[in-house]
Design a protein around this ligand. Structure first.
Ligand SMILES: *Cc1c(COP(=O)(O)O)cnc(C)c1O
Length: 397
């Protein structure tokens, strides 16, 4: 492809000298895998989100699996997952032989609500957990202001709240940071997330018992991890295996990247908020599109995604994406919903008609570039291109 102007990719991570120095120091230290840097990353991350325990892992998918395993999910159990998510949320339930109940979302926000949760639980006695997804970085109303919150419905039915917070560092639900809300919260540090270690994740909880189980299962079910064996020589060869665990630990190399980014997360987040506000004011009142709500408190949103919905629908959206690519602007789509994916659709015989909220977002949604490294000129170029290429269909629905 040839473009006169430089490409504005859908995402580009910020790599400063701090990241390069931190990784170099680890490589020179003589200890590459999980050790004191990962431990420091856990402490700092836990402190930042206000959680007693933060357990570093190699992906959010691993975190989701560990959390569900720790609360005892297994065959015969069911877990509620919103349709508007990445497949990993639901897949982790299937790892444990449990079944997924696919729920609809609010058409305005893309979030699971207490009402939709109540509806998907109705008449079932096998539901053990709900997995709210903080879609795009906006916190689902987990605790909210008490009444009508997901936590309240969960408490009434005695089910756990395992949050998929892959989009949601650093987000808040009212005053409380995501990471300190539910039974356990799972973060992603995948390459294009708001904080990235290339591949990585974190699970936070205030529950000592759950934390101990997740730490154990993170590394083969070994009763002492490699670092504590290394540092407690001379009996460093001694260890016992007490469960068939997994291999989900995060390396010190990745943790060093994470720590460097964590130390400037306020600045990076402020830039995301600024860009989201610019998009919002530029697109406000455009008849061709609906906007993701800025909300009463834009600062509470982690702004992993800035999505719009083209009223002209999914086919027009696909043409719009091509048109933007031709002027050198990358975009993405979040998400083709679970009920439209072969495996989930066939296993649970799902019908699009049963997911009106999710369908409404899917029918025209597109995510625009949103990251701290976007310059003011980049933002203006994106705004111009969107205004030029958004299909000129006046809202017919
Ligand atoms: C990225 C993502 C995941 C998976 O994260 P990994 O760290 O790649 O395992 C899970 N859920 C959602 C909503 C995501 O966006």
């Amino acid at each position: 492809m040839t473009t006169r102007t430089p490409l504005i990719p859908y995402f580009r991570h910020r790599a400063t000298q701090a990241e390069l120095d931190a990784v170099r120091d680890v490589i020179r230290s003589g200890w590459l895998t999980t050790g004191k840097v990962a431990a420091e990353f856990e402490r700092e991350f836990g402190r930042t989100v206000g959680a007693r325990h933060a357990i570093a892992v190699n992906s959010c998918t691993s975190a989701l699996h560990l959390a569900l395993e720790a609360i005892g999910i297994g065959p015969g159990d069911a877990v509620v997952v919103p349709s508007l998510t990445f497949t990993a949320t639901a897949e982790a339930v299937r790892y444990l032989g449990a079944e997924v109940i696919v729920a609809d979302v609010d058409p305005r926000t893309g979030l699971l609500t207490a009402d939709l949760l109540e509806r998907s639980i109705f008449g079932r006695c096998d539901v053990k957990a709900v997995m709210p997804v903080h879609f795009g970085g906006r916190a689902a109303s987990v605790v909210g202001d008490g009444s009508g919150s997901i936590a309240q419905v969960a408490a009434k039915h005695g089910i756990a709240v395992i949050e998929d917070a892959a989009h949601a560092f650093p987000a808040r639900d009212r005053a409380r940071p995501v990471g300190s809300l539910g039974t356990a919260t799972c973060f992603s540090f995948y390459a294009n997330k708001t904080l990235t270690t290339g591949e990585g994740g974190m699970v936070t909880t205030d529950d000592d018992r759950l934390a101990a189980r997740m730490r154990l299962m993170r590394l083969h079910g070994i009763d002492r991890d490699a670092w504590s064996r290394f540092t407690s020589a001379p009996d460093s060869w001694q260890y016992d295996v007490v469960a068939p665990g997994f291999k989900y630990n995060l390396t010190d190399i990745a943790a060093a990247l994470g720590l460097a980014q964590l130390s400037r997360h306020r600045v990076d987040h402020a830039r995301r908020v600024e860009i989201a506000k610019q998009y919002d004011s530029a697109f406000h009142g455009e008849l061709a599109m609906e906007l993701c709500p800025l909300g009463d408190d834009p600062e509470a949103n982690a702004w992993h995604l800035y999505w719009i919905r083209l009223k002209a629908g999914a086919a027009a959206r696909d043409a719009f994406i091509t048109a933007l690519m031709q002027v050198g602007i990358g975009t993405s789509v979040h998400y083709r919903p679970l009920h439209r994916m072969t495996y989930w659709r066939e296993r649970y015989r799902l019908n699009a008609a049963d997911f009106p909220g999710t369908e409404r977002i899917w029918d025209g949604c597109v995510s625009l570039p949103l990251y701290p490294d976007l310059s003011d000129a980049d933002v203006l170029r994106v705004i111009d291109a969107v205004l030029v290429h958004a299909p000129t269909v006046v809202g017919s629905r």
